[in-house]
Design a binder for this molecule. Structure first.
Ligand code: ZN
Length: 444
């Protein structure tokens, strides 16, 4: 009932009407067969390249310098031969990437500083309206409607309506309640759990690592939860064991949502558990500049079909992923991601040149139930600092077993320094970083 009234009221606003039109469009395109979807995307790609060439100084100079003309883009293969752009290009050419006639309508956004250097870019109102449509479609797959109550386990205060009187009123109207993931302790988790039992929201939106911590707390204290319809996790992907626990505690599906500040929602999990890539996002996987064969892992390169104020065309996101090549049982023609492997630097390097991905450490620490969280810090090639948060006081034996076992695996040339800490801070974007590497990234 409330969600129907909320939906009707939103249609009184221009943004609400625009989001509704986008949602109707997405409801149609999700059922296109892959060949028809690819054809529509090609038209969109041709249009954004033409727009960028004609209106955006950075692309005009880039393409003219390489003797590329929009008319040359006749196939997806032609498109995939265009140059890629990087975060560095955005930092160095920010103003030239914006269409000058629309500069006054540009809203500035900052990306997190996880790579050491915050990056600014620009969007306009349509960016948020498309994102509302993408989120509402994805939630609709699980029976959640716009205007339904939503509990958040969240830390980015810019997204949380908790500050002023006006912001709190907005949260009341939108029916959002929050557990602050940057200040989670036992009393706040207990209060939040009892609030959820009474309030019964159909949906929880959470940082993956923090809903896992909350689920651990509920399981340890045998606090029963009402079954929501959906838990939407973002900022990072839940590991399989973490997902198992969260699903068991809440008795509902957990869907990973793949987001990036530059594009908002990139992929959303369907009823069958596949992460479908939005139509507005043309996603390629590259390795050494070439498109990877089906099923292979590659660097994520994205073109947004709708961001025309500041177009991002073949933009390298610094994530790595694997595409799912099987058709999805849900029947949608949208491509899907099998796995998002994470930031390119989410691995350590041993003195003999071996790259050891976070997956190894995740698996290793599953064998150590005393360890609640960990973070590997590599400041130089010969040394690894292992920070662990433990569920109970631990003795030297645990630390020395970590030292011996990791050295066995990683080789004798690396010094292992395990130590216990009280907590591991999240990044400004709410991510728990399993690996922090200060080594220079390899050339790409
Ligand atoms: Zn599906």
């Amino acid at each position: 009932m409330y969600s129907s009234v909320y939906g009707a009221l939103k249609l009184l606003t221009e943004g609400g009407r625009e989001s509704r039109r986008h949602l109707e469009e997405l409801d149609r395109t999700q059922w296109l067969v892959p060949a028809d979807l690819a054809h529509e995307q090609l038209l969109g790609l041709q249009a954004i390249v033409r727009h960028a060439y004609e209106h955006v100084p950075f692309y005009r100079d880039l393409y003219r310098g390489l003797d590329i003309h929009p008319q040359d883009i006749r196939t997806l293969a032609d498109f995939e031969a265009l140059p890629t752009i990087s975060k560095r290009d955005v930092v160095e050419h920010l103003e030239a990437l914006v269409q000058p006639e629309r500069r006054s309508r540009a809203q500035q956004i900052m990306t997190g500083a996880s790579t050491g250097e915050p990056m600014r870019f620009y969007v306009d109102d349509s960016f948020w309206r498309w994102n509302v449509a993408h989120e509402n479609r994805g939630r609709g797959w699980h029976g959640v409607r716009e205007g339904d109550k939503m509990a958040w386990v969240w830390g980015a205060h810019r997204d949380m309506h908790t500050g002023s009187w006006r912001a709190r009123s907005r949260a009341t109207i939108m029916r959002h309640r929050y557990l602050d993931a940057f200040a989670m302790d036992e009393p706040s988790m207990r209060r939040f759990a009892y609030m959820l039992q009474r309030w019964r929201p159909p949906m929880i939106r959470a940082y993956a690592s923090m809903i896992h911590v909350f689920a651990q707390y509920l399981a340890a204290n045998r606090i029963e939860m009402n079954r929501p319809r959906l838990i939407e996790v973002t900022a990072e992907q839940l590991k399989p064991k973490q997902r198992e626990l969260v699903e068991a505690v809440f008795g509902c599906p957990v869907t990973n949502v793949y987001t990036a500040r530059e594009f908002a929602t990139v992929a959303y999990g369907c009823e069958a558990g596949r992460s479908h890539i939005n139509e507005a996002t043309y996603l390629e996987l590259l390795m050494n500049g070439a498109v990877v064969p089906a099923g292979g892992m590659g660097e994520v390169v994205i073109t947004s079909l709708h961001q025309s104020l500041m177009p991002l065309i073949r933009y390298r996101l610094d994530d790595e992923a694997i595409l799912d090549t099987d058709a999805c049982p849900c029947g949608r023609g949208l491509p899907a991601l099998k796995e998002i492997v994470g930031r390119k630097n989410d691995y350590i390097v041993t003195p003999d040149g071996k790259r050891v991905h976070d997956g190894f450490f995740a698996y290793y620490f599953w064998t150590k139930p005393q360890v609640a969280r960990y973070q590997i810090h590599q400041a130089d090639i010969g040394r690894l600092e292992i920070r662990i948060v433990c569920v109970e006081p631990v003795d030297r034996a645990l630390l020395s077993s970590i030292d011996t076992e990791l050295r066995d695996h990683l080789g004798p040339g690396i010094k292992i320094e395990p130590h216990v800490v009280d907590s591991i801070p999240l990044t400004a974007a709410g991510k728990h970083r399993f690996i922090v590497s200060e080594l220079p990234p390899p050339p790409s």
